[in-house]
Design a binder for this molecule. Structure first.
Ligand code: 3PY
Length: 249
């Protein structure tokens, strides 16, 4: 029913040459990926290069962020319309690194989500708790707050038009991965919360797991009932690892 999605979040890594090598490597192996939809999210300066290299392939690309404004005097920001203009499909929104290092609030993230949808992009809304929050039994409270910022404002239909990525902060860049059971529990919670507003949107929306997903754990994680793919960090920077995750999905 739900086609798995494996999206690589390259973060602020690599050079122009690295970006070209990586995407060419992914392109070369993509034919062996049977089921999953593949997407890459390179840094902004390389998007146009990647768009050219991916022309004619069925690999999609996305941005790692988008402005909460449509246009105007917002130095340094990139609008959803600009991204859509030259073929962008996805926009990662509310990644924990942006919540942490750029002080992005739920209200701001909800505006970015609206901008992405209005321009015809598919927002990938990141939600997830810190280690301290998990240890204090606050996981559901935190991911509910992150989800509700969009669900309560834009509504279940808007959530159904996007993708959700559950990324426990304690599993990002630490090498520690949530167990399949821990991840499934949160994914099921998120889906039930959407189902309380709309069963159809809850069944349709893809919920990805992110946080140290790698070739060795991808199959078990994505094999869980409510895990529909991955948002991949470090392992997305090596085409063989990324392709192995895509093949496992
Ligand atoms: C990670 O796996 O490190 C990520 O943050 C993916 O977005």
């Amino acid at each position: 029913m739900r086609q798995p999605l494996v999206a690589g979040n390259w973060k602020m890594n690599g050079s122009k040459a690295d970006a070209a090598d990586l995407v060419n490597g992914i392109k070369a192996g993509a034919a062996k990926v049977q089921k999953a939809e593949i997407a890459v999210c390179p840094p902004f300066p390389y998007l146009q290069l990647i768009e050219g290299l991916l022309a004619g392939s069925n690999i999609r690309w996305g941005s790692q962020d988008v402005s909460n404004e449509s246009d105007g005097a917002f130095t340094g920001q990139v609008s959803a319309r600009m991204l859509k203009d030259f073929g962008c499909t996805y926009a990662i929104i509310g990644h924990s690194e942006r919540r942490m290092f750029n002080a992005e609030s739920d209200a701001l993230i909800a505006k970015k989500y609206d901008q992405a949808l209005a321009a015809g992009l598919t927002p990938v809304l990141c939600v997830g708790e810190s280690l301290e929050e998990r240890e204090h039994g606050k996981t559901e409270e935190v991911v509910a707050r992150h989800l509700d910022a969009v669900l309560e404002g834009a509504g279940a239909k808007a959530i159904g038009l996007g993708v959700i990525a559950y990324e426990p902060v304690w599993a990002i860049g630490t090498g520690v991965t949530a167990t399949p059971e821990q991840a499934q529990e949160v994914h099921a919670f998120l889906r039930q919360r959407i189902a309380a507003k709309s069963q159809a949107e809850a069944e349709a929306v893809r919920i990805l797991y992110g946080g140290s997903m790698k070739p060795g754990n991808a199959m078990e994680l994505i094999g869980q009932a409510d895990i529909d793919g991955g948002l991949i960090g470090g392992a997305a920077l090596k085409s063989s690892d990324f392709l192995a995750i895509c093949a496992a999905a």
